[in-house]
Design a protein around this ligand. Structure first.
Ligand code: ZN
Length: 279
């Protein structure tokens, strides 16, 4: 079974994360399959808009930190950066090279896809899942969707693609990170993080109606408009801000590796859930 499914419906390409048994936890295999699918959608002249979806009940539970197919120790053909292979390197050198490529590098690459992208989010959108939704231009969420970045529990200041203070007001971003609490779809809409909230059973229909409306616009006009807004975000410091936080992120990984069981402070999905339930 392919970890990413690709389909074209008229002018809309649908890229679907397909590890529903693991709530679409993103391993490297999925990262590179997503990249291939996005590349295919960009190369297809008939495709005007791309929808990113997650199969099953949840959009994405985040990066794969605990499934049997976790593959962080494997090499892949790198696409996003010119960093060397993390395999065979030690400590921060390995982590920095890997995360520069598969997390920040890939997310930045996908944010720059020259066609409009829409995340169609249901259920959980947690940590690494946020990164996938946030790189999309628009987010349509079902009323059962929720968002959370609980990695502060690991002593880490948020996920690698640190868009938090740009996708929501800074004070809300602090609350979101300090508590690790779930933000429901309605609140996410209220703070401007998602474009639309629709009933779960209408999620697909509403997302595709929006995609088709956008698809009627001229291709270059859409590409230039997307670039214009992305450039404005970068002029507000998003690109450099994210680079500076990436250093803090790796300080935290290194501190964990030095003082606890591993760079994630010995936390796995089970202990993360137990910590959340106990608070
Ligand atoms: Zn990290």
């Amino acid at each position: 079974m392919s970890v990413v499914h690709y389909e074209r419906r008229g002018p809309v390409a649908v890229v679907t994360m397909n590890r529903p048994d693991y709530r679409n936890a993103q391993n490297s295999k999925m990262t590179y399959a997503l990249d291939e699918a996005f590349y295919r959608a960009v190369a297809d002249d008939e495709v005007k808009v791309i929808v990113l979806a997650g199969a099953g009940k949840h959009f994405s539970a985040g990066h794969d930190i605990g499934t049997p197919e976790r593959d962080a120790h494997l090499s892949f053909d790198r696409k996003a950066t010119l960093w060397w292979d993390h395999v065979g390197k030690e400590g921060a050198e390995s982590r920095f090279a890997r995360e520069s490529e598969v997390y920040v590098g890939m997310c930045r690459r996908w944010r720059e896809i020259p066609k409009p992208t829409i995340a169609m989010v249901q259920g959980a959108c947690i940590a690494g899942g946020l990164m996938l939704a946030w790189v999309c231009d628009l987010i349509v969420a079902s009323d059962d969707a929720f968002f959370a970045d609980p990695v502060v529990r690991m002593g880490i200041p948020g996920v690698e693609y640190f868009a938090h203070p740009w996708v929501m007001p800074p004070r809300i971003a602090k609350e979101f990170l300090f508590t690790g609490d779930r933000m429901g779809a309605a609140r996410a809409h209220e703070v401007g993080m998602v474009n639309r909230v629709v009933p779960r059973e209408q999620l697909e229909a509403e997302t595709f109606a929006l995609a088709e409306k956008i698809a009627a616009m001229p291709r270059l006009g859409l590409a230039l408009t997307k670039k214009a807004v992305n450039q404005a975000e970068d002029l507000q410091g998003m690109h450099t801000g994210m680079d500076s936080v990436f250093g803090l992120h790796h300080l935290a990984h290194a501190h964990n590796a030095e003082t606890s069981a591993d760079s994630l402070a010995g936390m796995d999905p089970k202990s993360m859930k137990a910590a959340a339930d106990g608070s």
